[in-house]
Write a protein that binds this ligand. Sequence first.
Ligand SMILES: Nc1ncnc2c1ncn2[C@@H]1O[C@H](COP(=O)(O)OP(=O)(O)OP(=O)(O)O)[C@@H](O)[C@H]1O
Length: 267
Amino acid sequence: MPTTETSETSAQPKVRFDDVVKRFGQNVVLDHLNFDVAQGDRVTLIGPSGSGKTTILRLLMTLETINEGVIWVDGKPLTHQDKGGKLVPASEKHLREMRTKIGMVFQQFNLFPNMNVLENITEAPVHVLGMSKDAAVTRARELLDMVGLAEKESEHPTRLSGGQQQRVAIARALAMDPDILLLDEVTSALDPELVADVLDVLRDIARTTDITMLIVTHEMHFARDVSNRVLMFDAGRIVEEGTPQQIFSDPQNERTQSFLKAVLAAD
Ligand SMILES: Nc1ncnc2c1ncn2[C@@H]1O[C@H](COP(=O)(O)OP(=O)(O)OP(=O)(O)O)[C@@H](O)[C@H]1O
């Protein structure tokens, strides 16, 4: 019945990790991991180095494939079983469609060095989405304005500061109009004085859009400002989850307590 279908669709998680196992050789990086992300959630992933946070984002970008379980995006799996029962990536067509829904910003910006700022932003909308050049340029200029770099459209990335390059990378991710934005330690490679501008841009995006966000960061103030949920990872499992208030002000798990103590001491 249509009514039931509608309510089922609205309750469907944007992202679901369903008993996911990811191994690199003998190393079990994600260990039967289960969690859901609802449409519009801003989820921060915290935890010690090597606990599997970046791997989660890379799996969603289909840069890696899981060994067991299922990852669902909008109710569709990112993998299927081949005739031998082995998990293999979903069809190229399906993955292409998925990749247009998900944008990622990396620690190291990853801009195209041979293109200027405007070309960096318009490249994928024109070549992947098939947007007209004019529409892509108009949208890119709006985004450059939003990230405070309207006057830099003709520059090459190498002539920009790290913070400016990262803001271009954010504009480039948004130019694809993603439903989901993955942020992987986007300020870790920046000089401290450049961090605030980047975080301000991201706070603006969180405030003015309903993009679902998965955020890996060591910036706990930022995580507190933008996220509605925090997941604490250790050795490929979630050891605690809650609101930023619960996790940062009143952590219950001993590992969360010692992790936060170490992060705050390093600040
Ligand atoms: N391509 C790979 N090949 C082999 N091992 C990998 C690969 N990518 C990640 N790993 C291993 O998987 C584990 C989890 O790595 P991951 O980068 O997801 O952790 P993380 O929690 O994001 O850590 P950090 O905070 O240091 O970025 C680590 O032991 C890492 O060495």
